[in-house]
Design a protein around this ligand. Structure first.
Ligand SMILES: CC(C)(COP(=O)(O)OP(=O)(O)OC[C@H]1O[C@@H](n2cnc3c(N)ncnc32)[C@H](O)[C@@H]1OP(=O)(O)O)[C@@H](O)C(=O)NCCC(=O)NCCS
Length: 358
């Protein structure tokens, strides 16, 4: 096992998913350059992190990887000593190598005073593990990990800390009519809904950051984010459909809610085996997705989230998308789950995040 430092090791670390998912008909490959930027400490977010990336080999070939992270910003926000294990990937039937890898990474966190470790959720860094739909293309950003990951974590002493769900809504005539009514209901309430393009994209990025920081302040797993890191991440999307699908809600001229949505990114970003045809609800040019939504506390339970999502979904439908994701909701986040249900969405995938207390 090595702690990946050298350029060649970082490259091997970043490329391991290409081995793990080589046989998949459809999967989301990592962006190797941005991963190496993060691993080598050059990414903006790295200023908040202490990190070591472990790579396990067998017969000279990498078989498992994980990065142990002390996320100072997370720990200061929650007043916790929680370490995070991100980037976990492993080949099947590598129980011994994975056991050693996880033990070493947990030890590293323990040496830095951490009292627990989480794997499968860290803002902008890590996403939860799939517990179903293993052979489907997961929703954008979500993992489509092999089943054996659950055995690996359980054998290393982890337990399920949180469950999450991913929803899909069909954009039918019937639902689109209901969405129009949801949007119209905001007029008498004095709430204005604007796409990020109409609001002004750079200003919308800042408004989204402020709304999300306030509305997610007590949301499990979240940590505050800064304008400085979000601007360069989202600004390149200014001329894309994201500007038309993402929404800001205003009351008295101030942003009180925000939605960030993406078009179908399968064709530009996913890897599909030649000839493989995705089911339209999974992608291939037919499925957009709402990635997150927040409404300021004072304005909740007035239909604002539902109306923003409805406006986003109407914009998706006008771009010929036939399905819309409502991505990643905690099992016990009933306000958000009710919002998804009121949009006619149904749970299509389930996920978990793991934790081990030391
Ligand atoms: C989730 C959230 C965006 C909902 O915003 P909202 O504007 O209050 O939601 P809406 O008023 O549009 O309500 C939509 C549906 O959810 C229901 N709902 C809203 N708040 C609820 C609550 N506290 N308890 C139960 N149901 C609730 C509404 O009744 C409505 O369902 P209905 O049509 O069956 O009556 C808001 O609570 C929030 O910002 N939470 C913190 C951030 C967060 O968790 N975001 C989602 C992450 S996945």
């Amino acid at each position: 096992m090595v702690v990946a430092h050298e350029a060649a090791e970082l490259e091997q670390f970043a490329r391991l998913p290409y081995v793990v998912y080589a046989q998949r008909e459809a999967w989301w490959p990592p962006d190797i350059n941005s991963e190496i930027e993060l691993l080598s400490g050059r990414a903006l977010i790295a200023a908040h992190l202490e990190m070591a990336s472990f790579l396990a080999y067998r017969d000279g070939r990498p078989v498992a990887r994980v990065s142990a992270v002390v996320n100072h910003r997370y720990n200061a926000h929650w007043n916790e000593r929680l370490g995070q294990l991100i980037h976990f990937e492993a080949l099947p039937d590598e129980d011994r190598a994975v056991g050693a890898l996880l033990d070493r990474s947990l030890e590293w966190l323990g040496e830095r005073g951490m009292r627990a470790a989480r794997s499968g959720f860290a803002a902008f860094l890590d996403y939860p593990y799939a517990i179903d739909g293993y052979n489907d293309l997961p929703s954008f950003l979500m993992r489509g990990n092999p089943e054996c990951y659950h055995r690996y974590f359980k054998n290393a002493g982890f337990y399920t800390e949180k469950g999450q769900v991913d929803y899909t809504a069909p954009l039918t005539q019937d639902t689109l009519q209901r969405y129009s009514a949801m949007v119209r209901a905001m007029e008498p309430a004095g709430v204005k809904l604007k796409s990020w393009r109409t609001f002004g994209f750079p200003a919308a990025i800042d408004a989204w950051t402020d709304v999300i920081n306030q509305t997610f302040e007590r949301h499990w797993g979240w940590n505050p984010i800064s304008h400085a890191e979000v601007r360069p991440m989202l600004l390149p999307l200014q001329e894309t459909a994201v500007a038309d699908l993402s929404i800001i809600a205003e009351a008295d001229g101030l942003p009180i809610g925000a939605v960030f949505s993406v078009p179908d990114l399968t064709m530009p970003l996913a890897r599909l085996k030649p000839g493989f045809k995705l089911r339209p609800e999974r992608g291939g040019g037919t499925r957009g997705a709402l990635i997150n939504v927040g409404v300021m506390e004072r304005f909740r339970s007035r239909g604002v989230a539902r109306a923003m999502a409805a406006m986003s979904y109407l914009a998706m439908a006008s771009r010929h998308l036939r399905f819309a994701g409502y991505t990643l909701v905690l099992d016990d986040n009933w306000p958000s789950r009710r919002t998804a249900q009121s949009l006619g969405a149904r749970v299509t995938n389930s996920f978990v995040s793991y934790r081990r207390d030391f």
